[in-house]
Design a protein around this ligand. Structure first.
Ligand SMILES: C[S@@+](CC[C@H](N)C(=O)[O-])C[C@H]1O[C@@H](n2cnc3c(N)ncnc32)[C@H](O)[C@@H]1O
Ligand code: SF4
Length: 378
């Protein structure tokens, strides 16, 4: 019997021209092209196809790092190989993340021709002072030019904004978001600035150079974003993601809906169901070590327990506006639904029942981690 469950491929390109002071992704400064890494990715695609068989991909996602630094020719070769060894489904989504510098915006046509049909632009802000604070290597005019160009080339495109920078006021956030939406992209990702361990921003805060925005003010900016996006016709389908109907990210929905995905490239994660077991794989994080190992030796494999799977199902699924299917939780976790605890969440205004599902209210989604702990403890 053929497996018709959706499955996607994530490709991590770890290089950036400049390392942003807030970022804790698996990133390395670019020092020229890394053809050995491209070769390793091509080998991985063959290797995974041998493992899972010819199973058409519903999505491919080039993430990073900065995958728009890849040569369009390499992107083309990767997509073609995927077509040949896995096959692609009808309406497959093929995304690349791009930084909005003029150099990268100059490659958008070539990416489209290579087979990319969705673009995700990291504009972060349209304000030069904020871009400077964030240590970005583009300015507001470049970001604006990049979005204007992107929406002409890609019907399906998205951009990222970071908000809740120190001192950001509601009026400023309202104006910034309204301005950004007017550029015409059908999908947007809005991320609250997070001070991650091990970053330059963490050190700056520890030194007392500046302080993050207090939690209550962050929550007000989050509420404001919900209000503005709803008024502009965007569905808040995930905590940080907003889309016009039909433009939700197919690939990211695989993660949130507990489906399968293969991750290749340094530091990428996979989740695969095989032999009645769900497996997690995480690849080596350093690009040199990665490219030196043989395919099949580039990751550490772990069998996920029912408990791990139930926690992951809740943590990912409750990020979504649609919430989770209670019966599916019971199948995945091998245990009954914690009805008593979920009723307390409903009574506290943090969750609501819709026929067979539980979903969080906007207030509940802000407290996601503690809500999931409550459900898992009971
Ligand atoms: C994997 S990054 C890659 C995007 C691309 N390299 C870029 O920077 O334009 C995806 C997004 O995560 C967000 N991000 C990364 N670190 C963050 C942080 N500490 N706080 C908030 N958002 C963050 C940024 O909006 C960024 O565009
Ligand atoms: S935010 Fe993007 S460009 Fe900046 S370091 Fe992270 S991945 Fe690289």
């Amino acid at each position: 019997m053929t497996n018709t469950d959706p499955i996607g491929l994530y490709i991590h390109w770890p290089y950036c021209t400049r390392l942003c002071p807030y970022c804790d992704f698996n990133i390395f400064r670019q020092r020229g092209a890394d053809k050995a890494l491209v070769q390793a990715l091509l080998e991985d695609i063959h290797w995974w196809a041998d493992q899972i068989g010819k199973r058409p991909l519903s999505s491919i996602y080039f993430g990073g790092g900065t995958p728009s630094l890849l040569a369009p020719e390499d992107v083309n070769n990767i997509i073609h190989l995927c077509k040949n060894v896995f096959g692609l489904r009808d309406n497959e989504e093929i995304t690349i993340e791009a930084n909005p510098t003029d150099a990268e915006a100059g490659k958008l046509h070539a990416f489209r021709e290579a087979g990319i049909n969705r673009l995700s632009l990291g504009i972060q802000s349209l304000d030069d002072d904020i871009l400077k604070f964030l240590g970005r290597n583009h300015n507001a005019a470049e970001a604006r030019r990049a979005v204007e160009k992107a929406v002409k080339i890609f019907e399906n495109c998205s951009f990222d904004l970071i908000y809740a920078t120190p001192d950001q006021q509601q009026a400023q956030w309202r104006a910034a978001l309204t301005d950004a939406i007017s550029l015409g992209s059908p999908h947007i990702s809005l991320y609250q600035l997070t001070i991650e361990d091990g970053t330059a921003f963490k050190k700056a805060v520890q030194r007392g150079d500046w302080q993050p925005l207090p939690d209550e003010q962050e929550a007000c900016l989050y509420d404001l974003a919900q209000e503005i996006c709803a008024a502009e016709g965007f569905i808040p389908y995930e905590i940080s993601n907003f889309a016009r109907p039909g433009f939700e990210s197919t690939h990211n929905l695989l993660y949130w809906r507990h489906h399968e995905f293969i991750g290749i490239g340094p530091g990428a994660h996979s989740r695969i169901n095989k032999g009645g077991q769900r497996w997690a794989a995480q690849t080596l994080t350093h690009p040199k070590a990665y490219a030196t190992e043989a395919p099949g030796e580039r990751f550490v494999l772990e069998a996920l327990t029912k408990e791990d799977q139930a926690t992951e199902f809740l943590l990912m699924g409750l990020r979504l506006k649609e919430g989770i299917d209670i019966k599916r939780y019971e199948t995945i976790g091998g245990k009954s639904w914690p009805a008593k605890q979920s009723n307390i969440l409903i009574k506290d205004g943090l969750a609501e029942h819709t026929d067979t599902r539980l979903r969080l209210t906007p207030k509940g989604r802000l407290l996601l981690n503690s809500v999931v702990l409550d459900l898992m403890d009971s």
